[in-house]
Unconditional design. Structure first.
Length: 350
């Protein structure tokens, strides 16, 4: 596959959404009309099979307990690109989404109708760039001319571009291949790719026969952090802001449980991912989880009327993606600011 010249256009994203978002979303497409008509109380929540507070909320049925009259559907996704397509297809109300695909989503003349409303985690050692040991590659500069895979339009894609730039390489110096996590593992095992930038749990499988070159924690410390955000549809904001408040409270409780009940958190993650408690503990240890108070602080999401540093992070991400020709143009800080939903914060967490 030739080097990627530019990220997908809004037109292509719309076409993809209309053609097929994913099997999971297609199966739930009938919920779209039901969730927005007649005052029906339904929530469709997109999440990743990735260690975060989302898994605790799901496993402990925290949202179902808070909203007993609602029908809540959890839909798993592989990457942010498919989440973006699902929102374009009006198939989601709330979802996890990386900061890079969010920056893409709010760029252009037809931004996706959603807003960031929470921070799930900050990317750390749980997302990394690994080269197959058989290649003999030991640093990022050694990737020149090599084949690398990652899900396009993801935080991994953004972090890889940042890593290449730091090493003095251009995207055209390597061969970038768009693959989701499971196909990445299969391509790795066949020897079809030389390196990959991906997240847990696929990352742990690659590490067994690979050499880690860098990770998102290191890239973030160098000035290009990535985060797992949570976004809510504009329709849900207009239709049912109380449900958003309940969901935020559930997510805040999950973040507190990660700190106060590590054993219970490990068991919940293990159950949701179908892995051992030892593996769940190891995966959780690689993440960076904020407290609810940190989430709404000036250092991160901020509060109603006063967005935090996340505004700068997302704006900078959009500018970087535009410089790398991944999007047609960077969203302005004012555009990004309008894509924040902070109403009720921090009061809703009390």
């Amino acid at each position: 596959m030739p080097p990627v010249p530019q990220g997908p256009s809004r037109r292509l994203l719309l076409a993809g959404a209309l053609a097929a978002v994913s099997a999971a979303v297609t199966g739930c497409s009938s919920d779209s009309a039901a969730s927005t008509s007649g005052g029906s109380k339904r929530l469709r929540i997109g999440y990743f099979a990735f260690p975060s507070g989302d898994l605790l909320v799901k496993n402990g049925k925290l949202l179902e307990k808070a909203l007993p009259d609602y029908e809540i559907t959890w839909i798993t996704f592989d990457s942010g690109a498919s989440v973006n397509q699902a929102f374009l297809g009006k198939s989601l109300d709330i979802a996890a989404l990386g900061s890079s695909p969010f920056a893409r989503g709010v760029s252009g003349s037809s931004p996706i109708p959603y807003k960031v409303a929470w921070i799930l985690d900050v990317a750390g050692e749980n997302e990394a760039l690994v080269a197959r040991k058989a290649t003999g590659i030991t640093d990022v500069a050694g990737l020149k001319g090599k084949k690398m895979a990652m899900p396009f339009a993801s935080t991994s894609h953004y972090s890889l571009l940042a890593a290449l730039e730091t090493a003095g390489l251009k995207p055209s110096d390597v061969e970038l291949i768009d693959l989701q996590p499971q196909p990445i593992l299969a391509a790795w095992q066949r020897g079809d790719i030389d390196a990959a930038y991906v997240w847990l749990p696929t990352l742990d499988e690659l590490r067994k026969t690979g050499t880690q070159l860098t990770n998102s924690k290191e890239i973030g410390a160098a000035g290009k952090p990535t985060l797992d955000l949570a976004v809510v549809s504009d329709d849900l904001i207009a239709r049912d802001p109380q449900a958003i408040d309940a969901w935020r409270k559930a997510e805040a409780e999950a973040l507190r449980l990660l700190k106060s009940d590590p054993d219970g958190s490990v068991k919940a993650v293990a159950a949701e991912l179908g892995i051992s408690t030892a593996d769940a503990e190891a995966q959780l240890s690689q993440g960076v989880f904020l407290t609810p108070e940190q989430v709404v602080s000036a250092d991160w999401l901020g509060i109603d009327g006063s967005p935090g540093k996340l505004l700068t992070y997302v704006t900078d991400t959009g500018r970087f993606l535009a410089d790398q020709k991944q999007i047609d143009g960077a969203p302005s800080q004012d555009v990004v600011r309008k894509a924040f939903y902070l109403k009720g914060l921090p009061d809703v967490l009390k």
